[in-house]
Write a protein of this length. Structure first.
Lengths: 342, 342
DNA sequence: CACTGCAATGACAACGCTGTCAATCAAATT
DNA sequence: AATTTGATTGACAGCGTTGTCATTGCAGTG
């Protein structure tokens, strides 16, 4: 009977306006609308006005997915961090997003939970969105990740760490230098029986690098690590209290402690306040990161401050920069925030 | 001359393997590869094996962008939070990601910086990726956002707050109830000259809801707010110290203080420790959120604890649930974490 | 006035995938 | 043995956009 064929592909997709709709309404071609929306060159003001009017009338929003398919690259940046429960990563993310959003880019997030296999899976997942770049945490990414990235031909920036080989570019600090600086700081002030407190099985291994450099410098200057505790749990203030209390129970004559991070250090400080241990006279405490709380404690904590937000902005900028193909290594350095605890 | 036509579209796209490549190598049709990759039903083991082998040989990764274009919906969830510098949002994000990643979904992130216009722009941007769902912070989203979401026909979950009208579904707590509970807690313990300390111009306005409910309940029970400080800066421990010190300078006889959050409360506690103010005898302190540090302070802080991580997991689950179209309102409640500060 | 050159616009195809429907095949039934 | 059934597999088209190339129009040139 040759009936009117029903719409063949009646996906019940919400009827978002498309380029075609705008083009029809404006009486121009689709490609012209596309050019106007992308601010492509060689568009007359008249055309632009016509198109913008039609687009506004229809509430048109470009479908980035289609664009990404065509160009094989999206205005998305894949970001993989190991955790969200450590204050430093949200700060980095904040910096990343600040730069990305200013440039019309968005971040797709992946959390690796400090798990290598998981990180590979997460990267694979994120790459399936054809991001224009990738930001990874730390330098010890699996070779499989490097290979995947290569296949996609996109720039990668690894953050936090610059003590090893990067896939492409890296922004961060040298944790080896920081660990040595911690040792110098404590030795210079006359402490001779230094302790170390870490957690979480030294994940990320940046903390291990710091500790090893710390011990090495101590040794170089004729001092050995007096005591140390590396607890299995995730770093937190309560854990810091516990660790210090435990360490002092076996090595009460420890005269200073370098902590893997400020959360632990603040916990240690709290323990001292509770136990009536005079800081820094009985025991000196040195933290790492320079987080906000640490600067407000009753006895202000001395800490090695890093620039997390800036790490994020730098990483994002490197991705965006025209010369993103030239590998870079940016050392953001660290600084001592002197408190009253050392 | 009828020369061999050169590749017509020689975009220098990295030569990722496609379905076609896998299909050719495996000697099957593209659609079969597609079905294997998606775990679609009715695939013989033989076919599956052939395809998987070919896929592995080529290192094939599905191009989600193409799939999303075809199906007009991606395995992406758009998440908008106001900030990253407040510990609570990373925790929520952590929860969201935990559930999403378990279900093969990823989060695209947007940060609104507590700015309404920015939030609209961010949502528009994120929607252009055809996410399968949207998670927003707070209930007071702009009508423009509701309209955009409607046009896309995707589920929305608003988190943190359930004290108002949701676009669709909401998970959180009643800040009005929490504020009243804070008042009851302090009054029940005999305090009669309560103070309040907030910050950041009461953004997010959830803190304003708590304060108003707090004051209302005080009034209902015949007590009026004795003193209050709402500083312009962003909440932080140092700001809490400052605010309390300032408040006590004009109202030294204040006998308890309810803080907008634990960061401020911990700062307040530090001020007391420094100034030799006995907590809770001279001054009682009540926080909000129940963050980790608060439980490790020398004088343990009493706080109203909320379940941030759970808020994230619940929100993500609601989006994924088959009945995501039925609006829901989930009250996760709060609980008092009793310390020694009240 | 014919012609060159450039700016502005458009036609067309393709990006890689999946929904629809048709075709095939083996097992099960009569 | 003929037929039905359900499980597998495949052909085809099109999602909304943009790169490529062709076309148009118009000012400037000799």
């Amino acid at each position: 009977m040759n009936e009117a064929t029903p719409p063949p592909n009646a996906d019940l997709r919400a009827d978002r306006a498309t380029l075609r709709d705008v083009a029809r309404l404006a009486g121009v071609s689709e490609i012209s609308v596309s050019r106007v929306m992308r601010n492509a060159p060689n568009i007359s003001d008249k055309l632009r006005d016509k198109v913008m009017e039609a687009a506004n009338a229809l509430g048109y929003t470009p479908n980035r997915v289609a664009g990404a398919l065509k160009t094989a690259s999206s205005r998305l940046v894949a970001v993989v961090v190991p955790s969200m429960s450590n204050e430093v990563f949200p700060e980095v993310l904040d910096g990343i997003d600040a730069v990305l959003s200013e440039n019309g880019l968005s971040a797709v997030l992946g959390i690796s939970k400090y798990d290598r296999q998981r990180e590979i899976a997460v990267v694979r997942e994120l790459l399936s969105w054809s991001p224009m770049g990738l930001i990874l945490t730390g330098l010890n990414a699996d070779p499989a990740i490097a290979r995947m990235v290569q296949a996609h031909g996109i720039p990668v920036v690894q953050i936090m760490d610059i003590d090893g080989d990067a896939i492409h570019s890296a922004v961060g600090i040298s944790h080896a230098v920081a660990g040595a600086a911690a040792a110098d700081h404590l030795l210079d002030r006359g402490y001779r029986r230094p302790g170390y407190i870490g957690a979480w099985g030294e994940r990320p291994d940046r903390s291990r690098i710091r500790r090893e450099a710390f011990e090495r410098r101590l040794a170089d200057r004729g001092v050995s690590l007096h005591a140390s505790r590396i607890l299995p749990g995730q770093s937190s203030t309560p854990l810091g209290s516990e660790a210090l209390s435990d360490l002092l129970s076996t090595h009460p004559d420890t005269d200073c402690v370098f902590f893997a991070n400020d959360d632990l250090a603040v916990g240690g400080l709290f323990h001292c306040l509770r136990a009536g241990i005079a800081v820094p006279d009985d025991l000196a405490l040195l933290g790492f990161n320079g987080i906000a709380v640490a600067s407000a404690t009753p006895v202000k904590l001395t800490s090695i401050s890093t620039q997390r937000y800036r790490m994020g902005t730098e990483a994002a900028q490197m991705l965006i920069a025209a010369d993103a193909n030239r590998p870079q290594r940016v050392d953001l350095g660290f600084s001592f925030t002197l408190g009253d605890s050392t």
